[in-house]
Structure formats: structure tokens, C-alpha cells
Design a protein around this ligand. Structure first.
Ligand code: T4K
Length: 369
């Protein structure tokens, strides 16, 4: 039985990549804002319908840089229910994370709990569109405006998601998307910051290139966060196929919904009809009346060579560098604590065949496959 992983990266055709590789080889321009970097940035801005995009080597460096660009210090309010890079980006900037519980339905930071966590040291909110499902952007923006806080979205999962006004990535002061191999849109490793205006893009472009403005001028202690020409060329090709990839994900996702929505003890997340989803993940929540516990299901699937993932367990607040913070206690985070013990993300990727998906569905239902 072939192993089935939680995701498999979509790849461009090798014959489409070859002319670009030949071009890069003959030009010898390998990085530092070359032709493919420029082309990919422009294509992304057009595709997303946003003004400015700055490419990065990965989303983690982009998050670290976004916090630098907005000069965030002190305390930042964030979610414990995410990949650990979200909170790590704060520690890399010497910022103290303040964890706030998540909403029962969306699994995103609960706006109703943010205000109580604001102190005189709070400078920003770092929210995550978990699984590509939108945060309550209006409510969070209102709080940010009321208290004069910056608002950054870790939109690592949210490439291609649209709400009624356009790309979800336009919200907040800055949004960061990931192009890691496991993401809806991948450049092997990669990421980007969506910037609202030319000035912020310029500052971010300087920060990701050591702070250089020109050969002799360094305006900030920047980092090296640049995306290279090879990744950018792959990005140009991947972008051309992204519509088909998301449609294929939608088919897989709908089949899971049809086949699993009536299974006792298995809760699926609700889909908001106003949102154009990217079908990035298929999380299920294992409740008390399911035929087994979440970890048993995870092990059961493994016996059939199916490698589902417990995104996001353990919670970020369980890791040693966060555990001691006052906001990390489970009494402060009852919903996140419960959800992290229930969640399992099933295999979901464009090339998942119906027969392989049926293997997953049968195994989830407790049958042999
Ligand atoms: N913010 C959020 C909310 C994030 O979720 C992430 C990343 C970030 C920020 C930071 O973005 P980046 O700096 O990475 O751009 C994976 C990814 O490594 C990570 O990017 C992602 N979130 C996270 C949710 O998932 P792991 O530890 O689960 O990866 P791994 O290697 O176990 O891969 C999962 C499965 O995918 C494997 O079992 C097989 C398959 N796979 C993986 C890779 C790397 C492939 O088939 N091919 C591959 O090349 O973290």
C-alpha cells in the first residue's frame, strides 16, 4: 500500500522549467532581485489584486521582517493554535507573546478575548488565518484601531482565499503568506509580505537585503531574506497552474465532506459561503462519541500507511520557551487546549486519487482498507 501523506507538493512540468533554467544559467543572475524575482512579484500582485508584494526565502523570515518593518516592540497578542513559527517570530524580535484563546468554530483568535489582554506594553496583534479560514477581520481591526495597535496577519495558509472584497491578504497592516513545499502554492521554500503601499514595500525590500539602499548606503540592520531566481522561476510556473490545483483540492475536500459529515463523533468545520476557499487543509475534530480517540485514530491510520497530522498539537504554549508565560496556562486557553486534543488533518492535495481518498475515508470510519 502506497503511503499517503497529509500533503504532496504540486510541481510544474519539468519541460516548462527547462527554458527558464537555461535562461538563468546563461545570464548567471542567480539572486538579488533578478528578472524572475521581479516577474514573480508582479504576477503575484496581479493575481491577488493587491498593490505590492515582497518575496522572501520563507514565511518565517518574512514574519520576523514584518515585525521589524512596523517597529513592533513590547508585547504582542497572538494565538497559541498555530505552527510554532508564528510565536518564534516574536521571540526573534525580543517581543513577549501574549496568548489569547481561540474561537470555538473558526479556531482563530477570539476577538472577544483580545481586549482583556491589552496592557500599556501592547503594540500589536499577530493573528493567524488558521487553515486558510479567515479571522474575524472587522472585529480585530476595530480593536486595533481603538487601541492604536498594529495588526499583522500570519496568512501562511491563506494563499488564494477571497472574501467579498477581494484577497484575504489585503487585511491588516501587513499579511505574510508561505510558499513552503506543503502549501497550496509552493516554491519549494518561500514566502511573501503583502504591503499596502510603496513606502512599506521599499522598507521591507531594504530589510530583506541587509538594509542596503544602494552600494554604499545601509539604512537598517537588515537580514538576508531574499528569494532566489530558481525559486522565483518555479513560482511563476506554479502561479499559472494554481487555479487548477485549487479546483482539484476543492473536489477532494467536497468528497470528504460528503462522506464524513454524518459520521458520529466527527466534527467538520463549517464553510462560509461568502468565502472563496483555497481548500488548504481538511481538519476533523474527534469528539467523545467517535469510535476511538484522536490519537488512536492517528495511530490506526498509520497502520494503513496513512500519515495524517495533528496540526496544531501540541499548542505553541506547551513548548518550553513559552510554557512559563502567564498567558500560556491552559485555564487561559480552554478552547485551544480542547481543540488541540481533538484535531486531525487528513491527506488533501490535488493529485490525491479517488481510490486513495476512499482508503482514507474507510480507515477513518474504522474499517479495514
Ligand atoms: N505560520 C504558519 C501558520 C505556518 O503554518 C507556517 C508553516 C509558517 C508560519 C512558516 O512558514 P515557512 O517558514 O515554512 O514558509 C510543515 C511545514 O514545514 C511548515 O511550512 C508549515 N507551516 C507546517 C504547518 O507544516 P511539518 O513539520 O509538518 O513538515 P513535514 O516535513 O513533516 O511535512 C509534512 C508532510 O508533507 C510530510 O509527511 C510529507 C509531505 N511533504 C513534506 C515536504 C517538506 C512532501 O511530500 N514533500 C516535502 O518536500 O511542517
Amino acid at each position: 500500500m502506497e503511503p499517503l501523506y497529509v500533503t504532496r507538493p504540486q510541481l510544474p512540468l519539468l519541460e516548462d522549467l527547462r527554458p527558464m533554467l537555461e535562461d538563468i544559467w546563461s545570464s548567471r543572475v542567480l539572486t538579488n532581485g533578478g528578472k524572475y524575482h521581479q516577474r514573480f512579484e508582479a504576477a503575484l500582485a496581479t493575481h491577488l489584486g493587491v498593490q505590492h508584494v515582497s518575496l522572501f526565502a520563507n514565511a518565517t523570515i518574512a514574519l520576523v521582517t514584518a515585525l521589524q518593518a512596523l517597529r513592533i516592540t513590547g508585547e504582542v497578542i497572538t494565538t497559541p493554535y498555530s505552527f510554532v513559527a508564528t510565536a518564534h517570530s516574536l521571540l526573534w524580535n525580543g517581543i513577549r507573546p501574549i496568548f489569547v484563546d481561540i474561537d470555538e468554530e473558526s479556531l482563530n483568535i477570539d476577538p472577544a478575548k483580545i481586549e482583556a489582554a491589552i496592557t500599556p506594553q501592547t503594540t500589536a496583534i499577530l493573528a493567524v488565518h488558521c487553515y486558510g479560514r479567515p479571522c474575524n477581520v472587522e472585529a480585530i481591526q476595530k480593536i486595533a484601531d481603538t487601541y492604536g495597535l498594529k495588526l499583522i496577519y500570519d496568512a501562511a495558509h491563506a494563499f488564494g482565499v477571497q472574501d467579498s472584497g477581494g484577497s484575504l491578504l489585503r487585511h491588516g497592516d501587513l499579511s505574510i503568506v508561505s510558499f513552503h513545499a506543503t502549501k497550496v502554492m509552493n516554491t519549494f521554500e518561500g514566502g511573501a509580505i503583502i504591503c499596502p503601499d510603496r513606502r512599506s514595500k521599499e522598507r521591507i525590500d531594504h530589510l530583506k537585503n541587509f538594509g542596503f539602499v544602494d552600494e554604499v548606503t545601509v539604512v537598517a540592520p537588515g537580514i538576508n531574506g531574499k528569494m532566489n531566481e530558481l525559486q522565483s522561476a518555479i513560482g511563476v510556473l506554479q502561479l499559472a497552474g494554481i487555479g487548477d490545483a485549487i479546483s482539484a483540492r476543492q473536489r477532494v475536500s467536497l468528497r470528504y465532506q460528503e462522506q464524513l459529515s454524518a459520521v458520529a463523533g466527527l466534527k467538520l468545520l463549517e464553510n462560509d459561503p461568502a468565502i472563496e476557499s483555497n481548500y488548504a487543509y481538511f481538519p476533523v475534530l474527534v469528539e467523545r462519541d467517535f469510535w476511538c480517540g484522536r490519537d488512536e485514530l492517528y495511530e490506526h491510520l498509520k497502520r494503513f500507511n496513512i500519515f495524517a497530522r495533528r496540526y496544531f498539537y501540541p499548542l505553541i504554549t506547551a513548548f518550553p520557551m513559552y510554557r512559563g508565560l502567564p498567558s500560556s496556562g491552559s485555564a487561559n486557553l480552554p478552547v485551544a487546549t480542547r481543540k488541540a486534543d481533538q484535531v486531525l488533518c487528513l491527506p488533501l492535495y490535488p493529485e490525491l486519487s479517488i481510490s486513495d481518498q476512499d482508503r482514507v475515508i474507510a480507515a477513518v470510519k474504522g474499517g479495514r482498507v
